[in-house]
Design a protein around this ligand. Sequence first.
Ligand code: UDP
Length: 423
Amino acid sequence: MFQNKKHRIALISVDGDPAVEIGQEEAGGQNVYVRQVGYSLARLGWEVDMFTRRSNPKQAAIVQHSPHCRTIRLKAGPAEFIGRDNLFDYLPEFIREFQQFQQHQGFHYPLIHTNYWLSSWVGMELKKQQPLIQLHTYHSLGAVKYRSIGDVPVIAAQRLAVEKACLETVDCVVATSPQEQKHMRVLVSSKGNIDMIPCGTDIEKFGQIPRCVAREKLGIAPEAKIVLYVGRFDRRKGIETLVRAVAKSNFRDNADLELVIGGGSRPGESDGIERDRIANIVTELGLENRTTFTGRLDDTILPFYYAAADVCVVPSHYEPFGLVAIEAMASKTPVVASNVGGLQFTVVPEVTGLLVPPKDEVAFAAAIDRILANPAWRDQLGETARQRTEIAFSWYSVAFRLTQLYTRLLTQTTSDTYPQIAA
Ligand code: UDP
């Protein structure tokens, strides 16, 4: 146990429920991050409560993940899915529920770690009403996102203002890559404290399955050349670039080439619409016989897909961090990624994979082909990728670094302001 006394801490992620199934609309990296950080912090001795909003009447109000880590779902608007851009008006209700929860439990949280801009606002409002230390992880920056999309939502101005206020006033912002840290400084504000602690991955779950075993399990031929995408269906993920790159590959006429697209979607919703658009492009390009849409990949099967692949492609237009890249790397599979954001930090070109300009299907095709053409190099890249994740990106090391940061911030306050609870 890292500490002999436990501090209660709250991770707040209004829109990213750590207890839901991952891999479809608006449930991706942020949910994984909060859940894994919560678990890992609890293992290091914290008493962790993760707060989110209830988005379905069937959901349990409290999910106990481990003895010292639970998800607590609060009421904030109707118990139904509401997109992030439409949640702001429900946040005052979330705050009232949070305060009532604290009152009912008879304590308040000395430290909260908020996630995404909506929760940063919740944290800043709470901080006006009770003493607390607030840390924040953005997961996505409006200032970066709005540069790359045409249809800026109505909420954009509000989001940008909140993100600026957050950086300037919370006790510490946690950037997950040096690239994100730079964006904060250049595009958000020169004021405020930033610490860089990356996202992590489960190095025990990934990387334990030999390629041949994974292929046998998935019914993939040993000689197949598997190009894998894992992630949500969202235009900004650049799946179209990948499909067009596969159509331009030198292996295009080789019967062994297979494109596997993993990720969930819901018919008629925005991810379902994007999936259909991608499926139409696949058909137009005559790739339907060599493309598989797996649907959502759950925890039990995802490690097999990463292990079975020759190359994992992350063609995002922008990525603040990009968990999929380090999951593939932990699985000894090299990554071809867009040369953007956190991918520039995780993927080391020519060492753990390759980086190419976003949206450049010709460059993606060339990079994918280089790896497919040379299995020995593929294996070498995969081995180094695995080593890099073990050294830099285990959840344990992330939680350890967060623990040091929390502890430093907590010890700067007086112990009678923030009473500890017994272990
Ligand atoms: N994911 C999953 N099953 C799927 C598709 C995605 O579990 O079918 C997970 C994936 O393993 C990763 C997360 O969703 O942990 C996506 O995180 P990332 O940071 O790559 O992208 P985001 O969704 O946050 O934009």
